[in-house]
Design a protein around this ligand. Structure first.
Ligand code: B12
Length: 432
């Protein structure tokens, strides 16, 4: 009997031209794990190709038996256009990812099948259904999946050459429910952990030295994290992750993290206004503890990348200078500034919609960096945009870099070049 030709599955990490331009000011455009990870669930009878639009354009004539697309909100319209082109050529399209989880009814109008939320249990089922010739228009797990059996992502499908060698996740989800964050909606506030040995094995399997944990909050379960740090220490690599401020309150966590090679933690400070944090349901961040926590993290030789959001209802125009004064005084090494953006499906979106304060539903403008998509309370949209830009300019100015890094005990050999690279990228992007 003739062997059956393999079916071809093309997985696309979609990224619109606009969001790629917006993100030009970032130096490290890290790769997402999603498609190399989903590929690991696909049976051998499929040939799997991954196209990452951040690396290469899509060949408009490519052939496939099935296409899967993942995308964030700012790339939604672009992903729908891609889907329309493919479906017009008779290729079935599956859509998934954060935006689909947040607004499934909208996504369903642009796809043959949608995946709402996490796909570990339903993706293999769909592939079986597809092979049998009958599949449902919507797949959604009844329960958030257990990650005990989560496979390693397929490395040959990683394309981006950022400065890191590996990315993986150990945990998924965050126990908090900040009103601007998509995660509580996507993951139903559940925190899951992969087995420590499996994570350590994947960590050790990357050839390079620098690893990113794409965890939402590696400090969400600090006892689990400590076990993980012990398990990865022998590999002698360097790593970074997102973590809540609580990481900075736990000496043992910091000690073990540093010993296992942690070089930087991305900490969602969000605001230096307690009133803003309280109103956004992030009251567990205590502004009066920030300086002490940052000092403790620094004392372990770990750099801090501060996540900052401008535009809360309690923010007036003084917030920009106050925030920068604070970041300079504490010697924070890096910062990611964001304009508050009400992603659809979040409590923030519903509130601003009810108050008639949304300025647009053009998702491409929900980029958090170039557009203000709602009417702020205590300043104009133009002042918010300009304040956000001025914060970037000031933070990456030679004077601020000198001031911040001169009293930071963390390796200048890498924090200084990274700051200079950000300053150059900002100037190139035209945002400076
Ligand atoms: C890595 C990451 C990035 C990377 C890479 C993104 C990329 N497109 O290449 C970088 C740093 C570049 C980035 C950028 C941005 N990001 Co981002 N990012 C993440 C992060 C931390 C992890 C994503 C990940 O790899 N998860 C692990 C994989 C396995 O999970 P997953 O993607 O959710 O996939 C699962 C399911 O969703 C499903 N699935 C997903 N897609 C598909 C597709 C198909 C066909 C199927 C079957 C299933 C399926 O299956 C998977 C297994 O269950 C998430 C937080 C999070 N937990 O999702 C934020 C997150 C997705 N990002 C977010 C945001 C806001 C952004 C930016 C807009 C920030 C900005 N202002 O620039 C940009 C947009 C970039 C773009 N190109 O559109 C928001 C999304 C909000 C939204 N509504 O879309 C999140 C949720 C963070 C948050 N806390 O709110 N990001």
């Amino acid at each position: 009997m003739q062997p059956q030709p393999r079916k071809k599955l093309v997985l696309i990490t979609a990224s619109s031209t606009q969001i790629r331009r917006v993100r030009r000011a970032r130096v490290l455009d890290f790769q997402q794990i999603t498609m190399p990870y989903l590929a690991a669930f696909v049976p051998a009878e499929w040939e799997v190709v991954h196209v990452d639009e951040n690396v290469a354009p899509i060949d408009p004539e490519f052939q496939a038996d099935l296409v899967g697309i993942t995308f964030h909100t700012p790339s939604a319209s672009h992903a729908y256009d891609l889907a329309a082109g493919l479906r017009a050529r008779g290729i079935p399209v599956a859509l998934g990812g954060p935006h689909v989880a947040l607004v499934p009814e909208e996504a369903a109008r642009h796809a043959d099948v949608i995946f709402v939320g996490e796909a570990e249990s339903v993706w293999p089922k769909f592939l079986r259904d597809f092979a049998a010739g009958h599949y449902a228009p919507r797949y959604e797990p009844a329960e958030p999946p257990c990650l005990d059996q989560a496979p390693m992502a397929r490395k040959e499908l990683y394309h981006r050459r950022d400065l890191t060698a590996g990315r993986l996740f150990a945990t998924r989800g965050c126990p908090y429910a900040c009103d601007f964050c998509s995660l509580a909606v996507m993951y139903r506030r559940t925190l899951r952990r992969r087995p420590v040995e499996a994570v350590a094995a994947e960590y050790g399997s990357f050839r390079g030295k620098v690893i990113i944990f794409w965890d939402d909050n590696l400090a969400a379960d600090r006892e689990y994290a400590k076990q993980l740090f012990r398990a990865i220490q022998p590999y002698k690599k360097w790593w970074s992750s997102q973590a809540s401020l609580q990481a900075g309150m736990d000496e043992e966590f910091l000690e073990l993290a540093a010993a296992s090679g942690c070089k930087q933690l991305f900490i969602g400070l969000e605001s230096i206004s307690q009133a803003s944090l309280d109103a956004a349901h992030k009251e567990f961040n205590r502004v009066d503890e920030y300086a002490r926590a940052i000092e403790r993290i620094h004392a372990h030789g770990i750099a801090v990348q501060a996540g900052i959001v401008f535009g809360f209802d309690q923010d007036d125009e003084s917030i920009f200078a106050k925030t920068l004064d604070f970041l300079e005084a504490t010697g924070v090494q890096n910062a990611t500034f964001n304009i508050l953006t009400p992603y659809p499906g979040t409590p923030l979106y519903r509130r601003l919609e009810a108050e008639g304060r949304l300025l647009t539903r053009d998702w491409s403008r929900y980029n958090g960096r170039e557009d203000v998509v709602f009417r702020p309370q205590r300043m104009s949209a133009a002042a918010l945009l300009e304040g956000y830009r001025s914060a970037n300019r000031r933070f990456y100015s030679p004077e601020s870099i000198r001031q911040r890094l001169s009293h930071s005990p963390v390796g200048l050999w890498w924090t200084l070049p990274l700051n200079l690279a950000y300053a150059a990228a900002l100037a190139r992007s035209g945002a400076a």
